[in-house]
Design a protein around this ligand. Structure first.
Ligand code: RIB
Ligand code: CA
Length: 303
């Protein structure tokens, strides 16, 4: 089994991605680490713990950075709801959050499982950047790093120039993407092309009719209202679940090797720009299997 860490700012789409990982027989989620982003750190952490309990799993959850490296935290409660789970709460987990700081736990796990541990980061990259700054040797023991973030070759979702995760903490994105290790990036452009749910997809989820499928539909209602008002569409883009589907099965994913620059300040803060070169360490996903995403999503909600 593949040992993985999920680093997350647990809100609606993160929760669905966590369910997909826990329901995947090939993945051993050794820890979930939380980071402030969609919601504040305490809420991200209790949401992560709650989601694991909903799946019937006791996964160690560790609290991480309460804000970006250099900036003030700006959340996306306008989209995910005040509780981060579509205002379907309150969601009070029964279990306790672990005491170790997430960044220190990631470092110790990397030393415990050198070149065996895979990380998927589905929130701002603050924790991952802190691991690199605190212990670059340990950081280089990451077997593979998948990142949901950036606009790729498209437009942003929080501003026209930037995607939320990179916008919240552009300094962390810059550090991680230029750390020198191979990073696979699933950005907002591929999310919009391959990771959306339309009315028919929601009808299919309704038919599953299990506690997890009902939960995953309920928590997205706030986001659907937002899309209805903003785009007049019954649709939603599931960034983190698409990234998780790529991590689970990337056979049909096409990547382009690149060198990335991140704009750190000003109107274009958080913008990622790509120079496609064979020696590039950042592999930008340019094509993702939509059927793989939908199949993994549906099968993870069935039990
Ligand atoms: O821009 C999409 C990303 O921002 C996703 O990770 C979503 O959860 C939010 O954090
Ligand atoms: Ca997220």
């Amino acid at each position: 089994m593949r040992k993985i860490i999920i680093d997350t700012d647990t809100a609606t789409d993160d929760a669905i991605a966590i369910i997909m990982a826990l329901r995947c027989k090939d993945l051993d989620v050794v820890a979930i680490t939380t980071v402030a982003g969609n919601v504040d750190i305490d809420l991200a952490t209790t949401n992560a713990l709650y989601t694991c309990e909903l799946c019937g799993y006791k996964i160690p959850v560790y609290k991480g950075a309460s804000g970006p490296l250099k900036r003030k935290l700006e959340t996306s409660k306008f989209f995910h709801g005040k509780d981060g789970l579509g205002d379907t709460g309150p969601h009070k987990p029964k279990g306790k959050i672990r005491k170790t700081y997430a960044v220190d736990k990631i470092i110790s796990l990397l030393k415990e499982y050198p070149n065996e541990l895979e990380i998927i980061a589905i929130g701002p990259l603050t924790n991952i950047a802190k691991v690199f700054k605190k212990d670059p040797e340990a950081f280089r023991l990451i077997k593979s790093l998948y990142v949901m973030g950036g606009i790729g070759e498209g437009k942003g979702n929080i501003t026209e120039f930037a995607e939320f995760n990179f916008w919240v903490d552009p300094d962390a994105a810059d550090i991680v993407l230029n750390s020198g290790i191979d990073v696979k990036v699933i950005a907002w452009d591929t999310t919009q092309l391959y990771g959306y749910l339309n009315e028919k997809n929601f009808d299919d989820l309704e038919k599953i009719n299990t506690p997890l499928s009902r939960f995953s539909i309920d928590i997205q209602q706030r986001g659907l209202e937002y899309y209805k008002v903003k785009y007049n569409e019954h649709k939603i883009d599931l960034a983190d679940p698409l990234a998780m589907a790529v991590m689970i099965d990337e056979r049909d994913t096409i990547y382009k090797k690149s060198k990335v620059s991140i704009i750190l300040n000003g109107e274009k803060r958080g913008r990622d720009s790509y120079k496609f070169i064979d020696s590039g360490k950042v592999q930008l996903a340019t094509k993702v299997s939509r059927s793989n995403f939908l199949n993994i999503l549906k099968s993870s909600l069935k039990k």
